[in-house]
Design a protein around this ligand. Structure first.
Ligand code: GAP
Length: 549
């Protein structure tokens, strides 16, 4: 997570956002009536529609109308086809991709609290005696924490008492200990003897954290009834490999030619050591991935193209402000498949729980031909994945290129759908003490789960019938994009308040005047202003508001 202390921190409360998500049916804890299951989340009616809308908008702008018609680096149209591949594949796929051998996180257990942590997430702050200056003190141990903020938050009597007690033998009963910010190191970087003096985040004694052990993140299952070692299969940890192993199928069965992309959305599963921060790090989540195949000489230009366009896309659907950044990776951050010297960047959002830092929303990686080459070279794949490019190569006598065979390089924009939904929820959440709801959700109209609402002012005098007529008109035109709400009960103020919390951009009210002068009231979610427009103009009004006009 990047640091951005020069910018304004996110000031929204994650607890408030989570409580609205529960109260209004966006997101529930999975298996809640059984006490939940760590790292899994269910989407309620509003959340399911919000998530579907984000997935659909991505699909529309990537597959149906790639990059909204923006041409590629040489002015060419973007060519993109979709696939929908299996969650379970032949386990050899994951041997070749490097996931069986290398998709590991270093895990640490606390023998006292029985809690488990990622060794590369645990920050260890040096503890020093209060009578020493920070500059030349020798640490008498470390206090570990999952974040600076967590330790700061705890900077109260409780944490001091815990530290003093744990280090009493080193500091004596009358002395104090302090811990030093800025000099923290990761638990995974400490020497074994230093680890023996670490006070775990939930421990009362030092040295209760185990040595880090590598832990493979793939979920295992068994195919068939015998359940032996030979029947082991894995739930996919990324959708990407389903694309790579179908590269040849797609080339052979469609009219695509390099450069082109294959896109896929779908579930991925990772047995995260420490799932946390609401849906941010889940064990079951959904990805939206593109593998864009191009000639190696053009890969850098395509990398820049995709990096910039993906950033623009997130901005266009509502993450427009300073909470979104594009960050190029440092050299030491590169994933095993990323090409050395070539670009890899993250689009990051400042979530309330990462502020003032940022958390990854999408990665754009130059994967070179790492994956195609790994599948081609696996002894059991038996398949040449080279592409014959008939537009390249020396010219033959007839003046036509002879063709060039190569493994294309790949640029991969890989986004998390659930993280996207979470960022959109956080960004949309807008406290407003003046409103009865005290908060409204400022969703971009393209992703808003409810597109419009129609209310009869009272449930009589011909108003419900007129409202039903307008509701049907709107459902027919916009029902495939999201819900069109109608609700005849409760005071109009309460109905507006419910729509504010659901983030519905437009509410139309049918009243006595509608029946005489043919106008309706439209209320704008963001300004709460109301005006009258002709009943017959409502459909066009909504179309314009949704960007379809
Ligand atoms: N094929 C490349 C790949 O999977 P990744 O950075 O591991 O790269 C891509 O994952 C995206 O998937 C991330 O940017 C993030 O949005 C999402 N993601 C990864 N792990 C996740 C998790 N445990 N929970 C929710 N989303 C996750």
């Amino acid at each position: 997570m990047a640091d951005a202390t020069d910018q304004q921190p996110q000031t929204k409360s994650m607890d408030d956002i989570m409580s609205l998500c529960k109260r209004r049916g966006f997101i529930y804890q999975a298996s809640e009536i059984y006490g939940g299951v760590n790292g899994f989340w269910d989407y309620g009616p509003l959340g399911a529609q919000l998530k579907k809308n984000l997935r659909d908008v991505w699909w529309q702008d990537i597959v149906m109308n790639p990059c909204q018609g923006k041409p590629g680096p040489k002015g060419e149209p973007i060519s993109m086809v979709p696939v929908d591949t299996c969650i379970i594949q032949n386990p050899k796929v994951w041997e070749a991709s490097g996931h069986v051998g290398g998709f590991n996180d270093p895990m640490v257990d606390c023998t006292e609290s029985k809690k488990r942590y990622r060794a590369d997430h645990l920050l260890c702050f040096p503890v020093i005696r209060d009578d020493e200056t920070y500059d030349n003190a020798t640490p008498i141990g470390y206090v570990a924490s999952l974040s600076r903020e967590q330790l700061l938050e705890q900077e109260n009597k409780k944490v001091w008492k815990r530290i003093r007690k744990a280090f009493a033998d080193s500091i004596g009963s009358n002395e104090h200990a302090g811990y030093s910010y800025g000099d923290e190191r990761l638990y995974s970087e400490l020497q074994p003897e230093e680890r023996a003096a670490v006070l775990g985040p939930d421990a009362s004694e030092r040295g209760t954290l185990t040595e880090p052990r590598q832990f493979n993140l793939m979920f295992k299952t068994y195919l068939g009834a015998t359940a032996t070692e030979d029947d082991i299969a894995y739930l996919r940890p990324e959708t990407a490999q389903g694309i790579f192993i179908n590269f040849k199928n797609v080339v052979d069965t469609t009219r695509v030619s390099v450069p082109f992309g294959i896109a896929q959305t779908g579930k991925a599963f990772r047995n995260e050591v420490t799932p946390r921060n609401f849906t941010f790090r889940s064990r079951e989540f959904e990805q939206m991935e593109i593998e864009f195949f191009c000639h190696p000489e053009e890969a850098n230009d395509w990398y820049v193209f995709w990096r910039d366009w993906r950033m623009q896309w997130w901005q266009e659907i509502g993450l427009a402000g300073e909470n979104l950044i594009l960050r190029e990776h440092d050299k030491d951050e590169l994933a095993h498949y990323a090409k050395e010297g070539a670009g890899t960047s993250d689009i990051e959002y400042r979530f309330p729980f990462t502020a003032p830092g940022f958390g990854e929303l999408e990665g754009i990686a130059h994967r070179s031909n790492y994956d195609l080459s790994a599948h081609q070279n696996h002894p059991e794949s038996n398949t040449k994945l080279e592409y014959l490019d008939t537009t390249r190569g020396e010219l033959a006598k007839n003046g036509q290129p002879k063709g060039e065979r190569y493994l294309p390089d790949v640029i991969e924009p890989s986004a998390g759908l659930d993280r996207g939904v979470l960022a959109i929820l956080c960004e949309a959440y807008t406290p407003d003490p003046e409103r009865p709801s005290k908060v409204f959700m400022r969703f971009h109209p393209r992703v808003a789960p409810i597109k419009a609402a129609v209310f009869p002012l009272v449930n009589k005098d011909g108003m419900p019938e007129k409202a039903a007529e307008l509701h049907q008109m709107l459902v027919k035109r916009f029902g495939h994009l999201g819900k069109i709400e109608t609700d005849p009960k409760q005071s109009i103020g309460k109905r507006y308040a419910r729509m504010d919390e659901a983030g519905c951009p437009f509410c139309f009210t049918i009243d006595g005047d509608t029946l005489t002068d043919g106008t309706v009231t439209v209320r704008d979610r963001d300004t709460a202003e109301q005006k009258r427009i002709p009943f017959d103009d409502v459909v066009e009004f909504v179309a314009t508001g949704l960007g379809l006009g």
